[in-house]
Design a protein around this ligand. Structure first.
Ligand code: ATP
Length: 320
């Protein structure tokens, strides 16, 4: 569906996208993660043919987004960071207006509107002015608009930004449905790592225009397992001694959390070594609980690594 090779976009001295390569399969939900300014939106604009790359190539449906921009955009839908709807018009009028712009056949318009409004739970408010809608309703209407021309590929830039948890959950469920039921390919830019973990088949982490890692959330968690926490419950009177002992292990950060040791930087393989050291010091160990690395743990480990000199920590291999 998407093939990106050594893609570069400079804005003057700013390397917004700096030599990234990845591909996305049909039907996949692919997440682009990264801090503000990492290059996510620029990547989407390059894929959609709105921006011309400085160098490198992008192929969407096997087509060049610059030379075949119209076809590429006719086959893709975009939800930008702000919904930008016509606030004085009703939801139905908004859809009619954009259907005209998209060139949706008039005979298909009413049926398609109603199906979309129903899917996105907006049928009953379809004649209400959009200016009076909540943020969640506007976001759902913007999703309807992105789907009006039945695109095969959907780009979603921060689809739940500014939504309350209930509205965000509804939007996420609807997006997931687009891939699982509708078979659409979805590329989603987000800062919400929990959401990305729930919804994305694979994610790419960007930092200052470069790709730090790419893989399924589970693959990344395995590769960065050392960044996960290990919780160790010890006898309360020995906790200071246990902390000092754990801090003596190279690369381990230890602190007391809810009366137990909370460690990061300790691989599973080194747990028995630490427990043996604690027992040798007469620390009573009651429980050892290695936690699975979450996408959030991975994300922070990757950014910490990116801030260090490259030779300090060779990157673990993550399947591209
Ligand atoms: P955010 O999460 O804040 O939306 P992002 O990951 O989408 O960020 P981009 O918007 O792609 O990041 O921006 C990448 C870099 O390019 C940033 O340093 C940004 O300031 C710069 N940039 C983006 N658009 C332009 C532009 N039109 N002119 C100059 N610099 C730009």
């Amino acid at each position: 569906m998407l093939e990106v090779a050594d893609l570069v976009k400079h804005y003057g001295p700013v390397r917004a996208v700096d030599g990234i390569s990845f591909s996305v399969k049909p039907g996949e939900v692919f997440g682009l993660l990264g801090h503000n300014g990492a290059g996510k939106t620029t990547t989407i604009r390059l894929l959609n043919g709105v921006l011309r790359p400085t160098s490198g190539t992008a192929r969407v449906f096997g087509l060049c987004p610059i030379n075949d921009g119209l076809t590429v955009r006719q086959r893709s839908g975009v939800l930008t960071e702000t919904p930008s709807l016509e606030e004085r018009l009703s939801a139905r009028q908004n859809l009619r207006y954009y259907a005209d712009l998209y060139g949706v056949e008039a005979s298909q318009v009413p049926g398609r509107f109603e199906a979309l409004l129903q899917t996105f739970e907006l049928s009953e408010v379809g004649d209400g002015r959009v200016g009076g809608f909540s943020k969640g309703m506007k976001q759902r209407l913007a999703l309807c608009r992105a789907l009006l021309h039945q695109p095969e590929l959907l780009y979603l830039d921060e689809p739940t930004a500014g939504l309350d948890p209930v509205a965000a959950r509804r939007v996420i469920a609807l997006i997931r449905e687009q891939s699982r039921v509708g078979g659409r390919t979805v590329v989603i830019c987000t800062h919400n790592l929990g959401e990305a973990e729930q919804i994305c088949d694979r994610v790419a982490v960007l930092e200052r225009g470069k790709l730090l890692a790419i893989g399924t959330p589970a693959e990344l968690a395995r590769a960065y397992q050392h960044s996960a926490k290990v919780l160790i419950e010890v006898a309360p009177e020995t906790i200071e001694q246990a902390l000092a002992c754990a801090r003596g292990f190279e690369g381990v950060e230890a602190r007391a959390e809810n009366g137990q040791l909370s460690l990061t930087g300790l691989s599973r393989q080194r747990i028995p070594e630490l427990v043996a050291a604690l027992v040798k010091l007469d620390v009573s160990v009651y429980r050892v609980e290695p936690q699975e690395a979450s996408l959030e743990d991975v994300y922070f480990a990757l950014h910490q690594r990116a801030d260090q000199p490259p030779q300090a920590h060779p990157a673990p291999e993550v399947k591209a």
